[in-house]
Design a binder for this molecule. Structure first.
Ligand code: B4P
Length: 188
């Protein structure tokens, strides 16, 4: 069964690839960033609280994220598999996920690390900011998101390496080349 975690810095292509693969394998694409942005757009209480962190490029506090993920993984469609995109983003979230999966008798197949050099990441996100007007895609916030990634999210890579679940894929290639490699990972 396909149950994947997508790791990698902001702009590495997690959202782009997770969407494509979830469609191909007919499983839900669970993006904590998308869920948060939809809460911000609908001005829910969660959205109002999350927005101040997102706009600064900081992680939204764990207590707001963990229930959100627990609720989403308990929806019926997630029984057929899932791709988690943007979660876990720190070691506390990773260990929460371990406990959650054990409690619902599921295991993760792989944690995929999409590897892309910093210069390319900034370029991609600045371009998206110009095109889509996302509030956190301006250069100052992008630099902070990269710092937060190095401080808090990069240790999650070691967490999954230690558990022999880590697969690293070169994300600095065309979208279709990256997709082809990820398909191989899923089918391995
Ligand atoms: P996310 O929504 O997860 O955003 P992201 O890390 O910037 O990556 P995204 O998936 O959008 O970009 P992608 O790489 O696909 O997080 C946003 C914010 O939400 C965080 O800063 C945080 O505040 C909060 N948050 C989310 N999850 C959280 C959690 N678990 N805990 C706490 N806070 C959380 O693509 C980027 C661009 O590159 C696109 O324009 C795309 O078209 C382009 N691109 C992709 N692949 C390419 C390729 N191969 N070649 C050229 N361009 C490519």
């Amino acid at each position: 069964m396909t149950r994947l975690i997508f790791l990698g810095p902001p702009g590495a292509g997690k959202g782009t690839q997770a969407k494509k693969l979830a469609e191909l394998f007919e499983i839900p694409h669970i993006s904590t960033g998308d869920i948060l942005r939809s809460n911000v757009a609908q001005q829910t209480l969660l959205g109002q609280k999350a927005r101040e962190y997102m706009d600064k490029g900081e992680l939204v506090p764990d207590q707001l994220i963990l229930d959100m993920v627990g609720d989403r993984l308990s929806v019926d469609d997630a029984k057929a598999g899932w791709i988690l995109d943007g979660f876990p983003r720190n070691v506390a979230q990773a260990s929460f996920l371990d406990e959650l999966l054990a409690s619902i008798h599921q295991v993760c197949q792989h944690a995929v690390n999409l590897d892309v050099p910093d210069g390319i990441l900034v370029e991609r996100l600045v371009q998206r900011g110009l095109k889509e007007g996302r509030a956190d895609d301006n250069e100052q916030t992008i630099r902070r998101r990269l710092e937060v990634y190095r401080e808090q999210t990069a240790p999650v890579i070691d967490y999954y390496r230690d558990r022999h679940l880590l697969v690293t894929v070169d994300g600095d290639r065309s979208m279709s080349e990256v997709t082809a490699d990820l398909k191989k990972v899923i089918q391995s």
